[in-house]
Design a binder for this molecule. Structure first.
Ligand code: MTE
Length: 313
């Protein structure tokens, strides 16, 4: 079915391949398709999205890999655990609270979040574990949401929190707790407002599967994947850098910025190359060079002008 929404970008701004990639995921959503069905992997509903100029023309990671090779410790620490253990998680109904240093603190219901104009954006994603994927996200700029709550002049950072539901998230209820809950992340306000930073509600043209962070998660493509906090229930604007889960767990290994940087190694492994998931050959010839800022330097390097990126890793 053709999209009922006209792409917001002139056709002249995108290459034919890019346009083709985008067209493939244009799925007209009848109003009813946003009424989410029962929880579990089968609940994915079609999402209507327009093309975005912030999109790549690299081969997409197979959807099966993107939805079965995950990090979501609330469902277990194995890559297959999130897909295997998240069927009882209920992503609807959902509310996300925005508070802190804003003029208009408020809650957003899921229907309101899905009503933001959605775009499909094909982003290169780089995990700190030195693997990468190319994902067609569906989402909207975080800046659009922040505008609605009117950040105060004193706001300098944005803090995010994941839901805590041990009854639905087995990784939060077992004897071994790998992390402190809630999972927390943070960005500088200018990073949060950058046009590449999105809140995602879907991938491959459908609503997010539970294992990928349903119903709403952060995507910041120039940073390591752990910054992409999932299943967000709270966003707070703050004056000082907020605590971040992996930074708290291992401050020498995971910095606040976490910008993809092939020149700054993790203390236990190199960050110079990466394995593109789905291409085979985990340790072999298929490794490719990691790009500064994950290939988004042109867009974002100026955010860090004058900063020592070794000290601010
Ligand atoms: N968010 C929460 N709440 N819990 C997590 O364990 N893992 C992070 C990030 N967001 C994580 C999370 C890490 S380490 C990565 S690499 C990405 O999610 C993985 O996202 P994906 O499974 O959609 O590829």
């Amino acid at each position: 079915m053709p999209s009922t929404r006209v792409p917001k970008i002139a056709a002249t701004d995108i290459t034919p391949e890019r346009f083709f990639l985008n067209r493939r995921s244009f799925i007209a959503a009848a109003a009813g398709s946003l009424a989410l069905g029962p929880p579990g992997a089968s609940r994915a509903a079609a999402l209507e999205a327009s093309a975005s100029k912030f999109t790549l023309d690299e081969a997409l990671t197979p959807e099966k890999d993107a939805t079965t090779y995950n990090n979501f410790y609330e469902f277990g620490t194995g890559k297959g655990d999130p897909a295997a253990n998240s069927a009882n998680f209920k992503p609807a109904p959902w509310t996300m609270k925005i508070d802190g240093l804003v003029g208009k603190p408020r809650e957003f219901g899921l229907e309101e979040l899905l009503a933001f104009p959605l775009e499909e954006r094909i982003y290169r994603m780089r995990c700190v574990e030195a693997w990468s994927m190319v994902i067609p996200w569906v989402g909207f700029p975080l800046a659009a949401l922040l505008d609605k709550v009117e950040p105060l002049g004193s706001a300098k950072y944005v803090a995010f929190e994941t839901v805590v539901r041990p009854e639905e998230m087995p990784g939060q209820s077992g004897y071994f707790q790998p992390l402190e809950w809630p999972y927390r992340e943070g960005l500088r306000l200018d990073e949060a407002r950058h046009p590449l930073t999105i809140l995602s509600v879907g991938l491959y043209g459908k609503t997010l599967p539970n294992q990928n962070g349903a119903p709403i998660r952060l995507v910041v493509p120039w940073k390591y994947g752990f910054k992409g906090i999932k299943s967000i229930v709270r966003i707070s604007l703050t004056e000082t850098p907020p605590p971040c889960t992996w930074n708290l767990a291992g401050p020498n290994e995971y910095g606040f910025y976490a910008n993809v940087n092939p020149d700054v190694d993790h203390p236990r492994w190199s960050q110079a190359t990466e394995n593109r998931i789905g291409e085979g050959g985990f340790f072999g010839a298929n490794r490719r060079d990691t790009l500064p800022f994950n290939g988004y330097a042109e867009e974002v390097a100026s955010l860090y002008a004058g900063m020592d990126l070794r000290a601010n890793f």
